[in-house]
Design a protein. Structure first.
Length: 94
């Protein structure tokens, strides 16, 4: 089951990219993610990006970590580290 895979491989505030998930086809993965979203087990950040649903100690809904999203989406794209937040390549050129 896809939800068991998500629980085992993703932390509660970590972004889950649709392309990372195993499945027979992209369509079947999308349908399963829609079902999990409707059940409230995961939240949709935007198209193709989800995160595990959780409540904070204050009783509010937790959000995805911005730092983890940036790290995973832009700095470690496709498992290849392409920079760091403080590297010269991350700074705008003059």
């Amino acid at each position: 089951m896809l939800y068991d895979y998500i629980i085992a491989n993703y932390q509660k505030d970590e972004p889950i990219f649709l392309v990372e998930l195993p499945g027979e086809s992209r369509e079947s993965v999308r349908q399963e993610m829609k079902k999990l979203t409707d059940e409230g087990k995961i939240e949709r950040l935007y198209n193709g990006v989800y995160y595990r649903s959780y409540n904070t100690i204050l009783g509010t809904k937790g959000k995805v970590s911005v730092e983890k999203f940036i790290q995973k989406r832009y700095l470690e794209a496709d498992g290849v580290v392409s920079g760091s937040p403080k590297s010269p390549s991350a700074l705008p050129s003059r």
